[in-house]
Design a protein around this ligand. Structure first.
Ligand code: BJW
Length: 243
């Protein structure tokens, strides 16, 4: 791989749909991606939900059910191992709404674009966990209002969650690894540029193909995450051992 591996104190890992691809979940923008069957404006904007809540609920109900048929893959497993064994801090900032990082054993996770298994009341803002289908007719269990429930998902034009926590983590990071994301969607796509502006952390891309932001990374590895992430984690843990 040609790069000297050192031991890092604070590792921030950004993940996207590509890390869950080998588990059998579709990405958004690849051939056969989720948005070939549903146009993004039809399902992933507040306007789409206002226009046709039944369609949007169906899209997320389908993905919520599908999530129960898939398992974490070696890339998720390797990141959980890194968090458990690394001497310093590891935080995963995921754009993914699946729960495969948790199911692999990762603990320190920020779901910046929300979670498939959560719904929120648009009247009282209560958030609840559910594996079941939801519809516009269901009243909110907390305030009784209907129609009330919406997916706890960040749509275009909405503010991603925990941006302050993410910024704090990036400011402290001495290693930033971006895995399985095409670099099309902001603010996540801008994190690597932010790291370069801060100027002290090493930046690594692991993705099937060069992302939109590839030129901002110090180090890039292109290929399947299920193979490359375990290899990279192995090198990080060996560097810890020597340090
Ligand atoms: C593999 C692999 C394998 C495959 N191994 N790799 C103009 C300029 C800048 C910004 C904007 C702009 N116009 C509008 C904006 C803002 C907008 C935006 O970024 N738009 C762009 C499209 C231009 N962003 C927002 O609106 C965000 N909010 C925001 O900015 O708030 C601030 C604000 C608010 C209000 C007013 C003003 C400002 C919110 C973004 C929300 C994104 N939501 C979605 C849907 C979530 C719900 C759902 O899941 O249904 O999140 S969009 C979708 O894209 C999803 C993903 O998390 C996100 C990123 O996709 P990702 O993960 O990168 O997937 P892909 O498919 O694109 O890429 C997969 C990659 O994996 C590929 O490269 C493959 O090669 C690779 N791969 N197999 C390794 N085995």
């Amino acid at each position: 791989m040609g790069y000297m591996m050192t031991s890092y104190e604070n590792i921030v890992i950004l993940t996207g749909a590509g890390i869950s691809k080998e588990s059998g979940l579709n990405t958004f923008r690849d051939n056969g991606g989720l948005w070939e069957t549903h146009r993004v404006e039809e399902v992933a904007t507040p306007e789409a939900f206002a226009r046709d809540p039944a369609l949007v609920h169906r899209f997320y109900n389908m993905r919520r059910q599908n999530l129960q048929t898939v398992e974490p893959n070696p890339a998720h497993d390797a990141l959980a191992l890194l968090e458990a064994e690394h001497k310093g801090n590891v935080i995963i900032v995921t754009q993914n709404v699946d729960n495969l990082h948790e199911r692999a054993g990762s603990k320190n996770i920020i779901h910046m674009h929300g979670e498939l298994l959560k719904v929120r009341c648009r009247a009282c803002a209560m958030v609840m966990v559910t594996e079941n289908d939801i519809s516009d007719e269901m009243p909110c269990p907390a305030c009784g209002f209907a129609p009330a429930l919406r997916p706890h998902i960040v749509w275009f034009g909405e503010m991603p969650f925990q941006m302050d926590d993410i910024e704090e983590a990036l400011l402290k990071a001495d290693l930033f690894i971006s895995i399985g994301t095409s670099g099309n969607v902001y603010p996540a796509a801008g994190f690597v540029q932010m790291m370069r502006q801060i100027g002290r952390g090493h930046t690594v891309e692991i993705n099937m193909e060069p992302s939109e932001g590839v030129s901002y990374f110090h180090e890039v590895h292109h290929g399947p995450a299920g193979t490359l992430v375990p290899q990279y984690v192995d090198r990080l843990l060996k560097a810890d051992y020597k340090a």
